[in-house]
Design a protein around this ligand. Structure first.
Ligand SMILES: [Zn+2]
Length: 232
């Protein structure tokens, strides 16, 4: 079986067994035909078994995949629920903070006054239209209300900032040395500027006015009192 020997190596174990069972190939000079014929029959079931095995393996893998996917889906659901709970917690915390924060603030930390509303004085052409805080140059000035900031220069008021609240109330901050916020939204208590001595002023102080609806100035003291802030 001179030809069959190298063929066995190629065909594998099933083919070699079949070849030895057939036996009769010894006489044939054409070894390839003798070996090739039995080769087809015994290999088939082995191939089929392999196919079945791989199908079973595939099914098992699918089942594993499914379990894996189901577990990942559950993880995603859990994550989403956790994220939603966290979002809700944060929203509640933000709402609580918003409810707790002061909506009205006295514009400087030191609440002592050097001049009241309605006083007559050499610096004022008419009666005093605001209150004066005798704070030193560069003292942080805070927005008294939530609102929108604007700034301008006035020969009497000097550098000034105006905060317009949602209801139209304007609060004026005058004789400033500089502005920190020149425009945009602010919240009560935000530092918007620094006090100074600009305009018609004889020394560093903050002149503060309240103008409901952007109209005439009112006495800031009872206005602040109506917001729960007591000074003077
Ligand atoms: Zn003043």
């Amino acid at each position: 079986m001179t030809v069959a020997v190298p063929s066995v190596a190629v065909m594998g174990v099933a083919g070699a067994a079949a070849a030895s069972v057939m036996g009769g190939g010894d006489d044939s000079k054409d070894g390839t035909t003798t070996v090739a014929a039995p080769d087809a029959a015994p290999v088939k079931p082995s191939h089929a078994n392999n196919k079945l095995d791989s199908q079973l393996a595939g099914l098992s893998a699918d089942a594993g995949d499914f379990a894996d996917r189901a577990s990942r889906t559950q993880e995603r659901i859990d994550l989403k629920q956790r994220q939603e709970a966290e979002k809700e917690r944060k929203a509640k915390e933000a709402a609580r903070k918003e409810a707790m924060r002061p909506k009205f603030v006295i514009p400087v930390k030191n609440h002592a006054l050097s001049a009241r509303y309605g006083q007559a004085g050499v610096n004022w052409m008419s009666l005093h239209t605001g209150i004066d805080f005798p704070v030193s140059y560069g003292t942080p000035v805070m927005a008294a209300t939530d609102g929108t900031v604007s700034t301008k220069y006035d020969t009497a008021y000097g550098n000034m900032a105006i905060v317009t609240a949602k209801d139209g109330t304007e609060t004026w901050y005058c004789h400033l040395s500089s502005n920190k916020i020149r425009s945009g939204q602010v919240k009560a208590g935000d530092v918007i500027a620094y006090s100074g001595n600009s305009g018609n002023s004889t020394g560093p102080h903050l002149h503060f006015e309240v103008r409901p609806g952007g109209g005439s100035a009112v006495d800031p003291i009872p206005w602040l009192q109506s917001k729960g802030l007591h000074i003077g």
